[in-house]
Structure formats: structure tokens, C-alpha cells
Design a protein around this ligand. Structure first.
Ligand SMILES: [Zn+2]
Length: 259
């Protein structure tokens, strides 16, 4: 089994998937900002309230992104399944696991597209309302919309969604194999790259453990867990997040059941 501190949640492979996603998301957001600008310039100033506009945007996002996202999620699932195969070994129904994961990926990607579009719309609605109050000049609007459509947001979406897909796939695969379910999954916050992983205790019981990636060890923002508040991903590192022993440190439980 992989050494505790060494596991970085398939970091390099995930970084590759994230990079591909980032480029696509950034391109889409650039185009979306241009369409918003054009709509507002033609007099549709309350663009945040415009249901037809956002329905069309979601359709465009889906058309340009569904296949690419699905491919990215399936790449993550392959990593997850091969890790699980290595950890748990033979005997499981891997073909069934694969088929179930593929079905899940479709639903997940659909939700992701809706979720990202809704977040964008909410930000645009708030920003344009404030912009109208302050005088409604078009260059000002483009400036205040920048955080919603800029590189930083694209990076956050790519990082967060790769983490979410990876950890959801982890959890789904583990449950399929009869391992415990995670009661807290990554991402813990936007931009989080942590992951959960099954660990076999010396007494033969499986638990799921949170692994905080190196970059997130400085993260101290208060997070809620089923076992109370913790100070960021830093505190989650090495915590058992499945039901039995949940909220306790792996090292402590390992020593306790190790004998
Ligand atoms: Zn994290």
C-alpha cells in the first residue's frame, strides 16, 4: 500500500486533465463575456434576469463542452478504477464498475454545466444591478465582470471540478467494491485539490482517509465536517472520513487497533 504521506491523489495525472479543461473553460468564458457585452450594448441591460439568454448560454456550453468534459471525467475514472484494482485486487466486477461509472459521468457532467452556468448568471445579475445604480456605462460593466470571466475563475472551475469528479468517482468505486462511503468528500472549498482514499487498518477494517495535497496544507479556512468545524484542509489531512472512527486521525486509530 502507498505510504501515507506520499499519496498526492494522482496529482500529475489530474494536473494534465485540469490543464486541458482550463483552456476550454477560458475560451468559453471569453466568448460568453463577448455575447453579454453585445446583448447589453443592444439595450438588454438586465441581462442577469434574461431567462432566454441564459438558457441559450447553457445550450452553448453543453454543445461545446459535453464531449470534452465527459472525456476528462472518464480519464479520471480510469485512474480511480486502476488505483482501486491495485489496492483491493481481483474478484470485483470491474466491467460493471466501469459501466456504472460511465453512466454516472453523464449525469455528473450535465449537472456541472448547469451549476457553472448558474454561478455565472448569479454573478452577472449582481454585478449588473450594481453597475446600473452607478450610471451604466458599458466599459465599466466589462471591467466589473472581469472576476467572473477572467483567468482566475477559469482556473478555479477547472481545479474544483477535476477534484470533485475525481473524488466522486473514488467514492462511487469504493462503494461498489463494498468499502465504506466517505461522509466528507473533496473539494472542501473552491480551488481545493485534495482527495479521499481507502486505507486498510492492521485489524483488517477499511476506512476512508482525507489526503490534503501539499499546496492545500496552508489552507486554514473554517470548514464544516460531520464531526464539527476544522481549520481548513490542513486539519483534514490524515483524518478518517468514513463512518467508523470518523473525525479521528488515521495514525491514532492505526496505533489503537494495531496491537
Ligand atoms: Zn483541499
Amino acid at each position: 500500500m502507498a505510504e501515507f504521506a506520499a499519496y498526492e491523489g494522482r496529482g500529475p495525472e489530474r494536473a494534465g486533465v485540469e490543464e486541458g479543461l482550463l483552456n476550454g473553460v477560458q475560451k468559453f468564458l471569453d466568448g460568453q463575456l463577448r455575447r453579454i457585452r453585445a446583448a447589453v450594448a443592444s439595450g438588454r441591460t438586465r441581462i442577469g434576469e434574461d431567462d432566454a439568454f441564459w438558457a441559450e448560454e447553457e445550450t452553448l456550453f453543453r454543445a461545446s463542452f459535453l464531449d470534452r468534459l465527459l472525456k476528462a471525467v472518464m480519464e479520471l475514472i480510469e485512474l480511480v478504477i486502476s488505483d482501486a484494482q491495485e489496492q483491493v485486487g481481483g474478484g470485483a466486477d470491474w466491467a460493471g464498475t466501469n459501466a456504472e461509472a460511465a453512466a454516472w459521468a453523464r449525469g455528473y457532467v450535465g449537472e456541472l454545466i448547469t451549476r457553472v452556468t448558474e454561478t455565472t448568471r448569479a454573478a452577472v445579475r449582481e454585478t449588473t444591478a450594481a453597475w446600473i445604480e452607478t450610471g451604466a456605462k458599458l466599459p465599466d460593466l466589462v471591467k466589473v465582470l472581469k472576476p467572473t470571466f477572467g483567468e482566475r475563475r477559469a482556473q478555479l472551475i477547472a481545479a474544483t471540478e477535476v477534484t470533485r469528479a475525481f473524488d466522486e468517482a473514488n467514492d462511487l468505486t469504493r462503494q461498489r467494491l463494498g468499502l465504506p462511503r466517505a461522509l466528507k468528500k473533496a473539494p472542501a472549498h473552491p480551488g481545493c485539490r485534495c482527495a479521499t482514499r481507502a486505507v486498510l487498518l492492521p485489524n483488517g477494517e477499511w476506512v476512508v482517509v482525507w489526503y490534503t495535497v501539499r499546496g492545500d496544507r496552508v489552507c486554514k479556512q473554517p470548514l464544516s465536517t460531520p464531526w464539527g468545524r476544522v481549520n481548513g484542509c490542513r486539519d483534514l489531512h490524515g483524518m478518517i472520513v468514513s463512518e467508523k472512527y470518523g473525525g479521528r486521525r488515521l495514525s491514532e486509530v492505526r496505533a489503537e487497533v494495531g496491537r
